[in-house]
Design a protein around this ligand. Structure first.
Ligand code: ZN
Length: 187
């Protein structure tokens, strides 16, 4: 689903344990995993595939990270994250701040600087309906905040620093290798 689809602006509804364990939701999870990997992306929220329910999938693969420089990996605090599912997730704590470029499969071709908390604590259910608690920092915390925003009808452009918005081609050409502090001085 691309921006402009009403489902991306709705608050998604939570799932019951019975629903989570049902075949339609298990099938949806399989479909979302495939869609995310095909994109490829590091996260996907159910509203992005047209389902207004509180379910997200996340996976950050080594081969995606390998495209970044050592410096970029370390300043983003990016490390591989195994595939997992979070249902009815709630951010219960936020700490610090971080500013990096981020993009979205529902708004392909663009990227912008988005301020996020540096670390978050998230309470959720897994695909079996069991409670899970996650303490995340760095890039993983950013993915969680981006995907959980989707469940609340929020897209990154609502939070971006709008003057940093660039298409991917110009990002590669002008901004990719510049430290964020230098980009902020461009005005
Ligand atoms: Zn997104």
């Amino acid at each position: 689903m691309q921006v402009g689809e009403p489902v991306l602006r709705q608050s998604a509804r939570p799932l019951s344990i019975e629903e989570i364990q049902s075949q339609p939701i298990q099938d949806l999870i399989d479909m979302m995993r495939t869609t995310m990997r095909d994109a490829p992306g590091v996260g996907l929220a159910a509203p992005q595939v047209g389902e207004s329910i509180q379910l997200i999938v996340i996976e950050d693969q080594e081969r995606y990270i390998a495209r970044l420089t050592k410096e970029q990996i370390s300043e983003r605090e990016r490390k591989p994250i195994d595939f997992h599912i979070l249902i009815n997730p709630q951010i219960t704590e936020k700490e610090g701040s971080a500013l990096f470029f981020e993009g979205c499969l529902s708004l392909p071709g663009f990227t912008a600087l988005v301020p996020r908390a540096h670390s978050v604590r998230v309470s959720a259910l897994n695909e079996k309906g069991e409670s899970v608690e996650i303490n995340a920092s760095g890039w993983y915390a950013r993915i969680l905040q981006h995907e959980i925003d989707h469940l609340n009808g929020i897209v990154y452009i609502d939070k971006m620093q709008s003057r940093s918005l660039t298409n991917n081609e110009n990002f590669e050409r002008y901004w990719k290798d510049k430290p964020v502090s230098e980009i902020m001085d461009q005005d």
